[in-house]
Design a protein around this ligand. Structure first.
Ligand SMILES: CC(C)(COP(=O)(O)OP(=O)(O)OC[C@H]1O[C@@H](n2cnc3c(N)ncnc32)[C@H](O)[C@@H]1OP(=O)(O)O)[C@@H](O)C(=O)NCCC(=O)NCCS
Length: 418
């Protein structure tokens, strides 16, 4: 029972993410070895599910690490054959659909082709890099046409020239050019590492481009290239780049359809963050709630009271500024918690911040194994009802909370069981 309730709860929480990603264009860059990893079949299933949820997907696969050594004609043929063999294998995996697999009934159409025009890398430092090329042009119309026809576009690291030559290309060059040219909403680079870590080895969930560039100094070889690509993509107009590990089961789904994600998200601006309040948020919380308290909409709490219960607050910040807050005043002795001081700055209302906060506090209450949460409100009863709360008599509250409920402005009590 609990399991199915959890699943339903989890599924409902994915709805805002499903809605916001539907119709967006996402470029997934598979670094070398991703397609031969044992988890790759799960990556294929996740891409198929994203496609079913309306995401327009372009997958770029890297067959092997590009280097600029010259290739003999035989080596060029071998490299081309290897890329095509991998392309065929990926197409084959997307075409599977046995009844017991997640691809059953998916009927995916994967389109690959001559999407990239290339030019030779040429002679560098006196050495002819024959067989290697640089992206010259991406056939945006061709890819868009494929996406409009609900196909997944599979782009390989081969480029063709007007003179009829074929070149092997650097996969990162292709991933960058494709996401830039398409004006993609996201570039997701799937490598063999989890994301960007700080100096204590802690994974950074979100970074601005500026902060990500600073961590380039300490990043290792393969990581540095991916991180540079992620930053360059953002600089060239891609709103979000993500670094995730292709060996993690469900990595793509966790990154895109859960609040915390699983890898590192890089974006030009500081991303909105929801987190437990810290000492430096106090001024922002007071600035936010004070006028609402003065208007009599929120119960009065003194500055000292708010400061004392600061760790009970969850805040949403944007560019380090508190734009919404709410507190979970828990009472473990009576297995209940009050949700209080729920407020969104007037400039940021009607964008789901209030709902996210309440959902976050409910998660906190569940983690603390509490049985119920309640609110006291004068004007937002309907809003809480839409979030699953029901009207209740103050008598249903434990004695400790009843005392609190009395000190107030004839408010209504709404309760939600957890
Ligand atoms: C209530 C409040 C926190 C909602 O914040 P928010 O970030 O705008 O919330 P969401 O974006 O999740 O929800 C917005 C939706 O709730 C609706 N809503 C807002 N206030 C409402 C109210 N008092 N009664 C019913 N619905 C309300 C909005 O119209 C909007 O509906 P829509 O999605 O159909 O357009 C915000 O309006 C606020 O700070 N109000 C003043 C403080 C307050 O009343 N706090 C609650 C007392 S504990």
């Amino acid at each position: 029972m609990t399991d199915s309730t959890d699943t339903i709860d989890w599924f409902r929480h994915t709805a805002p993410y499903i809605n916001s990603h539907r119709g967006t264009t996402v470029v997934v860059g598979l670094r070398s070895s991703a397609a031969s990893d044992e988890n790759f079949i799960n990556v294929v299933h996740d891409i198929a599910l994203m496609h079913s949820l309306g995401v327009r997907l372009v997958v770029v696969h890297e067959q092997s690490t590009f280097n600029s050594d010259p290739l003999t004609p035989i080596a060029v043929n071998k490299a081309v054959a290897d890329v095509l063999a991998e392309r065929t294998r990926i197409e084959q995996m997307f075409s599977m659909g046995l009844p017991n697999s997640p691809l059953h009934h998916a009927r995916l159409r994967v389109i690959s082709g001559n999407f990239i025009t290339a030019r030779p890398l040429g002679v560098i430092n006196g050495v002819d890099r024959s067989g290697r090329g640089l992206v010259r042009h991406v056939d945006v119309a061709g890819i868009t046409h494929a996406l409009d026809g609900t196909a997944i576009c599979l782009v390989s690291t081969l480029g063709h020239s007007a003179a009829g030559e074929v070149f092997t290309l650097d996969a990162l060059d292709v991933m960058g050019a494709v996401s830039r040219s398409l004006g993609a909403d996201k570039l997701i680079i799937m490598s063999d590492f989890d994301g960007v870590e700080d100096t204590d080895g802690i994974l950074q969930r979100q970074l601005t481009v500026e902060a990500a560039r600073q961590s380039l100094e300490t990043a290792g070889g393969g990581q540095k290239e991916a991180l540079m690509l992620a930053c360059d993509a953002c600089d060239s107009g891609v709103p979000r780049s993500h670094l995730i590990n292709y060996t993690l089961d469900g990595g793509l789904l966790k990154e895109l359809y859960t609040h915390d994600g699983i890898g590192t998200l890089i974006s030009p601006d500081e991303y909105e963050q929801i987190r437990v309040a810290e000492a430096h948020d106090l001024a922002g919380i007071l600035e936010l709630v004070r006028p609402i308290q003065q208007a009599g909409v929120l119960a009065n709490r003194s500055n000292e009271e708010i400061e004392r219960s600061l760790d009970k607050f969850t805040v949403i910040t944007k560019d380090s500024r508190v734009i919404a807050c709410a507190a979970l005043l828990d009472n473990p002795a009576d297995n209940i918690a009050e949700i209080a001081s729920v407020a969104t700055h007037p400039n940021y209302r009607d964008s789901g911040h209030g709902e996210r906060l309440v959902a976050g506090l409910i998660d906190r209450a569940k983690q603390a194994e509490l049985g119920r949460v309640y609110v006291r409100t004068t004007q937002t009863g309907h809003w809480f009802q839409e979030l699953g709360f029901t009207r209740a008599s103050p008598n249903t509250l434990p004695e400790s909370e009843k005392q609190k409920a009395k000190i107030n402005r004839n408010s209504n009590i709404l309760v939600r069981a957890l």
